[in-house]
Write a protein that binds this ligand. Structure first.
Ligand SMILES: Nc1ncnc2c1ncn2[C@@H]1O[C@H](COP(=O)(O)OP(=O)(O)O)[C@@H](O)[C@H]1O
Ligand SMILES: O=P(O)(O)OC[C@H](O)CO
Length: 495
C-alpha cells in the first residue's frame, strides 16, 4: 500500500488539511474559514483556540475522506503556517494568555519607530536579514508580556511559552511534549541570527524577551515528535513557514528560482543559494529552508494586502458577492480610467516599509464605477509584485525566466495575464496551486525518508497554464508610473 502525507496549512484567513500521495497529487482536503478580529484600528487578532480546533477538525475530515480511509497509510504529518503571528501560552495547561497578534497587526508601530535607531537597524539587519517593523514577532511578544498582568514575572519563572502558529500547533499536537519551531519560522521573529542559526542574546535584550520563552529551532525536515490524537501514533516530520513551504512546493531549489504566492498577502521569494544575500533595496534576507543542517537562503518581498483587498471589496464595501466575481468585472472595462487603489490598510510592506501609510482610491471621476474600482484592486496586486521584482533586479538578481505562482488568487486568469503584462515575465501556474500544503507534505516526506532528495520532488512539478506578456512597453510603463504617483500620496510623510 502506497504511503500518504497529511499537511496542515494554517493560513491567515483559513485552515486547510490536505492529504497527498508521494507523487504530489492531492487525495483529499478539508478547509475552514478562520474568524478575524479587528478590535481597534490597525489591530488584527486570531483566537488560538479556534486555530487549534480548526486544525484538528480539518485533519479529521481529510483523514475521513473515502480516498484516504483513516490513518493506516499516513506516513507523516507536515505543518505550514502563517508566519510571525505571535502566541503566548501557559506551559502547564497549554492555554493561551491572550489572543494571537497577527502578522498584519500594527499596534507596535510606535515601539518600532523608537527602537529603529541607525545602530539598532544595522544590528537587526546584519543578524536577522529583517527590518524593525511591527510585522515581525519580537515587538508583538514584548507587547504581550507588558499587557498581560504578571506575564513578565511568570515568563521569568519559566511558566510560559512563546511560539509562532507552527510551535503552538506542535505543542497541541504533541500534547505539550514538544516545544520547537523550524529555522524558517524562527527567521521571522527578529530574535534569530540567520548566520549562526541560533537565538541571539543581544537581540533578546534589545526587544526585552526572556530566553526561557523560546522554542528549540530544528531543520525543516526531521523529527518534530509524534501525535496520537488521530487514533494511532503518527510522526510529525516537516515544518515551515507558509511562504517557504510554497517555495518547496514550487520546487524552487536552485539559486535564481522565484515563486510568488497570492493569498491574503503576496510574498515573492527568490532562492539565493547557501550564502545569504543582503538587499540594498529594502527586501528581506531570510531562510529558505534548512535540511540536514545546511541552510539555503532567500530574498523575499512581502506585500501585506493582496487577496485581502478582494475580501475588503466583498465584506467591508459589498461591491462583490464572491472573490471570483472580480474576474468578470475587470474584463468588462478596457482599463480603470486612471483609477488606482492602494491597499495600504495595514501600512505598506516591502519595499516601502511604512506602517503608518493608509489605503486610498485615487483618480476617481464621474465615470468611475464598481468595475473600475474592482479592476484597480486586482491591478494593485500586480503593481506591488512589480515593485518587488524591480527591487530584486536593482539588487542585481537576474530577471526571472519565469514566475511560478500559487495561492487562492491565481485561479483568476485575468489577474495572471495582467501580472505577466506588468512584469514582462512569463507567469506559470502549476497543476497544484495548493503549493503551501504540498510543500509541507514534501518536507514531511523528506523527514520521513520517503524521498531520496530534492530532485525527486522537483520531478513532480507540472505546469497547468502559462501566461505570456502581451502588453506593449509604453502602456505598461505609463500604468506603472501612475501607480508610483498613487503610492506616493498614501505614504505617511505625504503632504
Ligand atoms: N478568483 C479570485 N479572484 C481574486 N481573488 C481571489 C479569487 N479567489 C480567491 N481570492 C482571494 O484569495 C484569498 C484566499 O487565498 P488563500 O491562499 O486561501 O489565502 P490564505 O492562505 O492567506 O488564507 C482571499 O483573500 C480571496 O479574496
Ligand atoms: O496567510 P498567508 O498565506 O497570506 O501568509 C501569511 C504570511 O506567512 C505572513 O508573513
Amino acid at each position: 500500500m502506497s504511503s500518504l502525507l497529511l499537511a496542515i496549512d494554517q493560513g491567515t484567513t483559513s485552515t486547510r488539511a490536505m492529504v497527498f500521495d508521494t507523487a504530489g497529487r492531492a487525495v483529499a482536503r478539508a478547509q475552514l474559514e478562520l474568524p478575524q478580529f479587528f478590535p481597534r484600528p490597525g489591530w488584527v487578532e486570531h483566537d488560538p483556540n479556534i486555530v487549534w480546533q480548526h486544525a484538528l477538525q480539518t485533519c479529521r475530515a481529510a483523514l475521513a475522506a473515502p480516498e484516504v480511509g483513516g490513518t493506516a497509510r499516513i506516513a507523516a504529518i507536515g505543518v505550514a503556517n502563517q508566519r510571525e503571528t505571535t502566541v503566548l501560552w501557559e506551559r502547564k495547561s497549554g492555554a493561551p494568555l491572550a489572543p494571537a497578534i497577527v502578522w498584519q497587526d500594527r499596534r507596535t508601530a510606535e515601539r518600532c519607530a523608537a527602537l529603529a535607531t541607525p545602530a539598532n537597524a544595522a544590528l537587526v539587519a546584519g543578524r536577522t536579514g529583517l527590518v524593525i517593523d511591527p510585522y515581525f514577532s519580537a515587538t508583538k511578544l514584548s507587547w504581550l508580556l507588558d499587557a498581560v498582568p504578571g506575564a513578565r514575572e511568570r515568563a521569568r519563572r519559566g511558566e510560559l511559552a512563546f511560539g509562532t502558529i507552527d510551535s503552538f500547533l506542535l505543542w497541541r499536537l504533541t500534547e505539550g511534549r514538544v516545544h520547537a519551531t523550524d529555522a524558517s519560522n524562527a527567521a521571522r521573529t527578529l530574535l534569530f541570527d540567520i548566520h549562526r542559526q541560533a537565538w541571539d542574546d543581544e537581540l533578546l535584550a534589545l526587544f526585552d524577551i526572556p530566553a526561557s520563552l523560546l522554542p528549540e529551532v530544528r531543520d525543516n525536515a526531521g523529527d518534530f515528535g509524534v501525535t496520537t490524537l488521530f487514533g494511532r501514533a503518527i510522526p510529525i516530520t516537516g515544518m515551515a513557514g507558509d511562504q517557504q513551504a510554497a517555495t518547496v512546493g514550487q520546487a524552487c531549489f536552485s539559486p535564481g528560482d522565484v515563486k510568488s504566492t497570492y493569498g491574503t498577502g503576496c510574498f515573492v521569494v527568490q532562492h539565493t543559494g547557501e550564502t545569504p544575500v543582503a538587499s540594498n533595496n529594502r527586501l528581506l534576507t531570510t531562510v529558505c529552508y534548512r535540511l540536514a543542517g545546511r541552510t539555503s537562503y532567500a530574498i523575499e518581498g512581502s506585500i501585506f494586502v493582496a487577496g485581502a483587498a478582494v475580501q475588503w471589496l466583498r465584506d467591508a464595501v459589498g461591491l462583490i458577492h464572491h472573490a471570483g466575481d472580480t474576474e468578470a468585472l475587470a474584463r468588462e472595462v478596457p482599463d480603470t480610467g486612471g483609477v488606482y487603489l492602494v491597499p495600504a490598510f495595514t501600512g505598506l510592506g516591502a519595499p516601502y516599509w511604512d506602517p503608518l501609510a493608509r489605503g486610498a482610491i485615487l483618480g476617481l471621476t464621474r465615470d468611475s464605477g464598481i468595475r473600475e474600482i474592482v479592476r484597480a484592486a486586482l491591478e494593485s496586486v500586480c503593481y506591488q509584485t512589480r515593485d518587488l521584482v524591480d527591487a530584486m533586479r536593482a539588487d542585481g538578481a537576474p530577471p526571472p525566466a519565469a514566475l511560478r505562482v500559487d495561492g487562492g488568487m491565481v485561479g483568476n486568469d485575468w489577474l495572471m495575464q495582467f501580472l505577466a503584462d506588468m512584469l514582462a515575465v512569463r507567469v506559470e501556474r502549476p497543476a497544484v496551486t495548493e503549493t503551501t500544503a504540498l510543500g509541507a507534505a514534501y518536507l514531511a516526506g523528506l523527514g520521513a525518508g520517503l524521498y531520496a532528495g530534492l530532485d525527486e520532488i522537483a520531478a513532480n512539478w507540472r505546469l497547468q497554464k502559462a501566461f505570456s506578456p502581451q502588453m506593449d512597453e509604453e502602456r505598461r510603463e505609463a500604468l506603472y508610473l501612475g501607480w508610483h504617483n498613487a503610492v506616493r500620496r498614501t505614504l505617511s510623510g505625504a503632504t
